[in-house]
Design a protein around this ligand. Structure first.
Ligand code: 13P
Length: 254
């Protein structure tokens, strides 16, 4: 049985003080939430302070990106080596905002996954179609290209360490969530693809999160789907009461 994993992607939000305040609240409220894995992904400048709050708790720490080289003349970048050094356990790779605004491609995603695994970080690899692709019935084709490109050259053992996040771009920050059925259809497609690319055991091991306007009110429906193993949450992860309610609603029996 795959354990549900709820990750808050804070994106470009919160000063250090605000980040520490939020995570202190989460720590108080989620101390008992052991049935669900909980992760917060603040901006780089808050990582060390948030780590000090979550150390020794069941709340995991994630970063929002990394660079594939360990060190060198790459102004502005942060490496897997440095994230590990800062106490990070998870790293989001290939978020649609990075693809859209910062030139991320399946090829750069592929290299970043290697860097994350080399440093023992758990990659959360994002895939998802834009609205025009969905409307022209290209969703499966787009997802297949992204998944095969991201994981090209990776072994089954490596694949088992990776988390995939399906985030339909049209559902991100729009309040327009995919229905449970719509999301399940794509999650199943991804799992079937993993079975073809690897094997049944690998396909059944990999956790596939859904992302895009996840809120406390729609969490239960989404998490009840057989192939949805968690959520990557933007807006609703920035408010203590919402994120706590969302995590509580994610604890569904399947
Ligand atoms: P929202 O939950 O704000 O739609 O963002 C989703 C997302 O992009 C998480 O990575």
């Amino acid at each position: 049985m795959r354990k549900i994993i709820i990750a808050g992607n804070w994106k470009l939000n919160k000063t250090i003080k605000e980040a520490v305040e939020l995570v202190n609240g989460l720590k108080q409220d989620l101390a008992q939430a052991k049935e669900v894995d909980v992760v917060v992904c603040p901006v780089y400048t808050s990582l060390a302070d948030v780590r000090n709050v979550v150390a020794g708790t069941n709340i995991g720490l994630g970063a929002q990106d990394l660079y594939w080289e360990d060190a060198g003349a790459f102004t502005g970048e942060v490496s897997g080596l440095m994230l590990k050094d800062a106490g990070v356990q998870y790293v989001i790779i290939g978020h649609s905002e990075r693809r859209q605004f910062f030139g991320e491609t399946d090829a750069t995603v592929n290299k970043k996954i290697k860097a994350a695994l080399n440093h023992g970080l758990i990659p959360i690899v994002c895939v998802g179609e834009v609205l025009a692709e969905r409307e022209s019935n290209k969703t499966f084709e787009v997802i297949k290209t992204q998944v095969t490109g991201a994981f090209a050259g990776y072994t089954a053992d490596e694949m088992k360490k990776i988390i995939i996040a399906y985030e339909p771009v049209w559902a991100i920050g729009t309040g327009k969530t995919a229905t449970g059925d719509q999301a399940q259809e794509v999650h199943k497609f991804i799992r079937d693809l993993l079975k073809k690319l690897y094997d049944e055991g690998t396909a059944q091991t990999v956790r596939i999160q859904y992302g895009g306007s996840v809120k406390p009110e729609n969490t239960r429906e989404l998490m009840s789907q057989p192939d949805i193993d968690g959520a990557l949450v933007g807006g609703a992860s920035l408010k203590r009461d919402q994120f706590v309610a969302l995590v509580q609603n994610a604890n569904v029996k399947k």
